[in-house]
Design a protein around this ligand. Structure first.
Ligand code: FAD
Length: 279
């Protein structure tokens, strides 16, 4: 049954330069906000490496009256530091958070213990009650470190039972993996929405590398097609728009509750895909 008003949201990462931040706030955000998303979200660097820049970008977007959700993980911090950050978001009128375990930054090794997302959700609920809508991460193709398919779903249920309101998936190109995952979630007693995370195809070489690390499969036929285009970036761009539009259309036609776009801080191709979908 197609959803009537699918929820659309847009994800950013905090820019590294002042010019990147200016562009994101003054050009990208107004252009994407014209598509009327439910909210923007801003990632949190592995280990807390973007603590200040995530807070800075989130605060600036919120000052423009736009709903925005910081991503958050304990990273290398203790409860006091994370508690203060959560309080700072409350003070700025932020009403939504994406709560994660996160990863260690590369090169830092695994000496300190990462805090599972269900514990962060419980921490936020204990500190701020019902103030925040909390979203957590879900993995239709299963988290790379998961012991098994079933255990990953059990832990997703644990995060939702700890007080999260909804989940957003890792990006995927296999639509069957998402709908099978939704069925398995329902069978495990999960009734909260699981929004589809979608990655537009922007830089294919980077996407392929990143996908290998995060366990998202790029189907062979997509790789073959892109390879065939060689250096013809315009054909790759057009093909990427076509493939991702079709993926989103299938998701919406088949009842996905909404789509979270990993925009990579770019207006296009996310805007082009949304327009193709009539969103
Ligand atoms: P968890 O849900 O804690 O799960 C981690 C692993 O441990 C899984 O294999 C799970 O099966 C297992 N597990 C879960 N709970 C338990 C438990 N209680 N006991 C034992 N095992 C358990 N990364 C960033 O660094 N910054 C971001 O801003 C960011 N944003 C993201 C947004 C979305 C929508 C998604 C899908 C991912 C994002 N990530 C981000 C990536 C994410 O941090 C990594 O995938 C990370 O490895 C896992 O985080 P998690 O919150 O899913 O972990």
């Amino acid at each position: 049954m197609p959803s009537k008003t699918p929820r659309i949201s847009f994800e950013y990462f905090p820019p590294r330069t002042a010019e990147g931040k200016r562009k994101l706030l003054q050009e990208t955000t107004p252009a994407l906000n014209a598509l009327d998303p439910a909210f923007f979200s801003v990632t949190y660097g592995a280990g807390g490496t973007t603590r200040d820049s995530t807070l800075g970008v989130v605060s600036a977007i919120r000052e423009d009256g736009i709903d925005v959700a910081p991503h958050l993980s304990f990273g290398g911090d203790d409860g006091r530091a994370i508690g203060e950050l959560v309080d700072a978001y409350v003070a700025r009128g932020i009403k939504r958070l994406v709560a994660l375990r996160g990863d260690m930054p590369s090169g830092m090794g695994g000496s300190s213990q990462l805090v599972y997302a269900n514990e962060l959700v419980a921490f936020i609920r204990e500190r701020t009650g019902d103030h925040f809508e909390i979203e957590v991460a879900a993995y239709p193709e299963i988290h790379p470190e998961a012991k098994s398919y079933d255990s990953d779903i059990r832990y997703l249920k644990g995060k939702l039972d700890a007080g999260a309101n909804a989940a957003i998936t890792q990006y995927f190109f296999n639509v069957e993996a998402y709908f099978y995952f939704l069925d398995q979630c329902a069978a495990a007693g999960i009734s909260k929405p699981v929004y589809a995370g979608i990655m537009p195809i922007i830089n294919f070489a980077n996407l392929a590398r990143f996908s290998r690390n995060c366990g998202a499969e790029i189907p062979r036929w997509i790789c073959q097609r892109v390879e065939g285009y060689g250096d013809d970036q315009e054909s790759i761009r057009k093909f990427g728009i076509e493939v991702v539009t079709q993926l989103c259309q299938t998701l919406l036609d088949s009842g996905a509750p909404g789509i979270h776009f990993y925009t990579m801080n770019q207006v296009d191709p996310t805007r082009e895909i949304c327009r193709n979908l009539g969103l």
